[in-house]
Write a protein that binds this ligand. Structure first.
Ligand code: ATP
Ligand code: MG
Length: 200
């Protein structure tokens, strides 16, 4: 499974609906400073519900909504809503149809060759709202997290390696570093289960 496409609408510096293709194996995003490269990563963290643990660059959720006057500290009127959709290529059936149906709480999830995780944040005059969708079915964050965990994507996992993480990993004790490797290899899960079993 891999990210096939990212659709940003009114998210951070992306004031227009923008589709960004991702290729299997390797995709590089280049551009001048301030052109929005890191905002693309923020979009993935936001949509997949990994933002809190992986350090998205925004103080409030509503800071993620496109704001034309962002650099001048202005705040525009008009609609305040940002949407990000992560389109996952699931043609290899990393996630089975029944896993997707289960998470969506509905049979009506279409062809699961594609798994679309969408998040929307909406600001009203005195509040804000956050919504998640799975193949256009309204779901909770926990539904998304449980589903992604079955594909090996966990909030505390290393599917997203942030800038500071590299230095942190280099400076770790060999033991802590080993724990990360176990985590990535999927062994840590079994260590935890083994410990539980021994404790019983
Ligand atoms: P660098 O090469 O320096 O790392 P980058 O390509 O990663 O740059 P980003 O950090 O992704 O750049 O983008 C920063 C830009 O996003 C800034 O110009 C900032 O004004 C803009 N930006 C951030 N939030 C918003 C927002 N809510 N509305 C409009 N623009 C925003
Ligand atoms: Mg950057």
């Amino acid at each position: 499974m891999h990210i096939k496409e990212l659709v940003l609408d009114n998210f951070k510096s992306f004031g227009r609906k923008t589709r960004i293709p991702f290729y299997e194996d390797f995709t590089v995003v280049t551009g001048p400073n301030g052109s929005g490269k890191s905002n693309i990563i923020d979009a993935v963290l936001f949509a997949l519900g990994l933002a809190r643990t992986r350090g998205i660059r925004a103080e409030k959720l509503t800071d993620l909504i496109y704001n034309p006057g962002h650099d001048d500290g202005d705040r525009s009127g008009g609609p305040r809503e940002a949407i990000v959709e992560v389109v996952l290529d699931n043609t290899d059936r990393t996630l089975t149809r029944s896993q997707v149906v289960n998470a969506a709480g509905s049979d009506n999830v279409g062809d699961v060759d594609e798994i679309r995780v969408k998040r929307r944040v909406k600001e009203t005059e005195d509040n804000y709202y956050s919504y998640y969708y799975l193949n256009d079915r309204s779901v909770n964050l926990s539904d998304i997290q449980d589903l992604l965990a079955q594909a090996g994507v966990a909030p505390e996992g290393y599917n997203v390696v942030m800038q500071g993480d590299v230095t942190e990993i280099i400076n770790m004790t060999p033991h802590s570093r080993r724990e990360i490797i176990d985590e990535i290899a999927g062994v840590a899960e079994f260590d935890a289960k083994k410990e539980d079993a021994l404790a019983e």
